[in-house]
Design a protein around this ligand. Sequence first.
Ligand SMILES: Cc1cc2nc3c(=O)[nH]c(=O)nc-3n(C[C@H](O)[C@H](O)[C@H](O)COP(=O)(O)O)c2cc1C
Length: 223
Amino acid sequence: MKIVGIQSSPRGKNSNTLKLLDAALNGAAEAGAEIEAIDVAKLKIKYCTACNSCHETGVCSIKDDYNVVLEKLLGADGIIWSSPNYITNVTAQLKTLFDRSPLVIHEQLFEGKYSLSLTTAGSGEVDFVLNIMNNFMTHCGGNVIGGIGCAVAQGPSAMETAIEKSHEMGKDLVEAIKEKRQEAVHEAWRERFKYVTLPIKTTGHTIAITESKAESSDALARR
Ligand SMILES: Cc1cc2nc3c(=O)[nH]c(=O)nc-3n(C[C@H](O)[C@H](O)[C@H](O)COP(=O)(O)O)c2cc1C
């Protein structure tokens, strides 16, 4: 079982949010998963240009590190999304990754995968930021088991508690995958969305990210 953690703070090793991500990934590893962290703030991922190529051909027209990240995510059983609160939102680095993913939503490519989300903030609105990440996963057809947020202004003990909870939720992510845990909200979304995916499936294009893989295969080596 593979769990991929997405880090998106530009503060690298000094990131508060990374502490939660490390704890969750360690929890998942203790529960038996193979883990990998990807720092999207260190990758080159350009803005979506709304060219519509992904819908027409199944391939994004932009050749950059997005394709490498997508391939990793498609190969994962579980995804841990993480971002600090930036102006009551995720960082631009993570939002850019989301914006490059309309194909993942329209073809429900995360169906069968599971996720949790993590955030830290200066003062608050952590639930709002967690919902942005969790909604993205649901919209991609995936299952969400929950999220952990911490306002660092509450002091070191709040952070310690959040680290502990992230560790436990990382373990639970592995259990959810093993159990194939399902929530009604995910079923309801997929039912509603099948009227979008069915016409796409009948037009017959399938994703072909491997075509663009070669051009960005060194992306993760540059981390
Ligand atoms: C550009 C920027 C915007 C921020 N916006 C908010 C905000 O709207 N609300 C808040 O509570 N904290 C905000 N913060 C504080 C960060 O969310 C907080 O320091 C967080 O722990 C940083 O996480 P990191 O160390 O993982 O980067 C902001 C910080 C920066 C640099």
